[in-house]
Design a protein around this ligand. Structure first.
Ligand SMILES: [Zn+2]
Length: 396
């Protein structure tokens, strides 16, 4: 934990006392929920950017009149609708600035339950805004299980706590304008946040970001993979060397951030005809363990390019192979075992729901000997294969 993080953590502990047990890192890199958070932030930004120039009263004009946000807006008096519209209009620039400058506001994930004391009782909440720290702490599981419009509603409400109104932050337990109740501040911010949701529907912002939300995410830890490919050996070691193989592979990878470890199993088969009528066949099986390194290609994780990545891999493998010669009358065969290594580079492009397609190239090297042919002299194989593989992966 860095020094500044320690300070922040201590401040939070002082602020939220015994109710806050743990929180995690800033949500801007490759953490679970970051895509959903960034989409919600973009939607709020787009919604506010596209507001009409003159303030309009907060009203529900959605086709579905029974939409949950309409409940909030329909209960407003005419004065409250107008005041809500004024607040949104006047806070517009401030909100856009908060969202545009990364150094002005921090989003943090909490995996613990978030609670605040309200009216002397602990109240469980989905997120907390801290005006002094200019920070929003979000309960991750609750955020991820919310719908897209609920996320916009929640974040808009919390963002409004961070934007000063008439020189000071709006608190839940205060009154403001025609919102003259103990919880008038909360009522007002809920109304403004509901209006941001209405504006998001008006501008089709849910459809716009659907692709980004459904697209497979490269930050997953577990990867199950299947590959099919072909290999070729360009230099023959002996006249018995088989040059072309077809390969199948099953693999598992585990990733921390960029670095990962993997296990894989390969099976391949190659054939050729010798002396016009002798059929040669080599079957190879490999078990491997290795290291993987992920390089993400684009900088915006909401795009296909920002999820696409390369995996550089280096594996140590144990090969078991069997070579068969059959001239129609006599069949000879022998087996060999040898350690070796494979290095490769694979490009991954995201599909939906955790699925990925990939295309990779690799190079493997194994030296081994067949010594057990009864009538042939033994031969040494220096296998140097270049391969191309197509794959399907599932990351979760
Ligand atoms: Zn609040």
């Amino acid at each position: 934990m860095s020094h500044s993080k320690k300070i922040l953590f201590s401040c939070l502990l002082v602020l939220f006392g015994p109710f806050l047990h743990a929180s995690t890192f800033v949500g801007n890199g490759g953490n679970m929920g970051d895509i959903e958070l960034q989409v919600a932030i973009q939607q709020i930004r787009d919604a506010i950017l596209n507001l009409p120039d003159a303030a309009q009263p907060c009203q529900c004009e959605l086709d579905e009149d029974d939409h949950p946000v309409c409940e909030t807006l329909k209960s407003l008096t005419e004065d409250q609708q107008k005041y809500c519209g004024d607040v949104l209009q006047k806070q517009r620039t401030e909100l856009l600035e908060l969202l545009a400058k990364a150094d002005r506001i921090q989003f943090r994930w909490s995996d613990e339950d978030l609670k605040v004391m309200e009216m002397g009782r602990p109240l469980s909440v989905d997120a907390l805004a801290n005006y002094e720290q200019q920070e929003i702490l979000i309960q991750r599981n609750r955020f991820l299980s919310s719908s897209a419009h609920e996320r916009i509603f929640l974040l808009s409400h919390e963002l409004l706590h961070l934007a000063p109104w008439e020189g000071k932050p709006i608190k839940d337990e205060q009154n403001s304008g025609p919102f003259q109740e103990v919880q008038g501040g909360r009522h007002l911010l809920n109304a403004v946040a509901a209006q941001v949701v209405v504006q998001s529907y008006r501008k089709d912002l849910f459809d716009k970001y659907e692709g980004a939300l459904n697209r497979s995410q490269n930050t997953k830890s577990h990867w199950l993979e299947a590959f099919a490919g072909i290999s070729h050996q360009s230099e023959k070691t002996t006249s018995l060397t088989i040059e072309d193989f077809q390969n199948l592979r099953l693999a598992y990878r585990y990733h921390w951030d960029r670095l990962g470890v993997g296990l894989r199993f390969d099976t391949s088969r190659g054939t050729k005809t010798l002396f016009t009528r002798t059929k040669a066949e080599e079957q190879r099986q490999k078990w491997g363990v290795g290291l993987n390194y992920r390089i993400v290609l684009g900088s915006n994780p909401l795009t296909v390019w920002g999820q696409s990545h390369l995996i550089l891999a280096a594996y140590l493998e144990m090969l078991q192979s069997r070579y068969k010669l059959d001239d129609g009358e006599v069949e000879l065969q022998d087996g060999a075992t040898a350690p070796g290594a494979t290095v490769g580079c694979t490009y991954y492009t995201p599909a939906r729901g955790g699925l990925w397609f990939s295309l990779g190239v690799e190079y493997s090297s194994f030296d081994y000997s067949y010594k057990g042919f009864s009538t042939l002299r033994s031969f040494d194989e220096k296998s140097r294969l270049g391969s191309v593989n197509l794959g399907v992966s599932y990351g979760f």
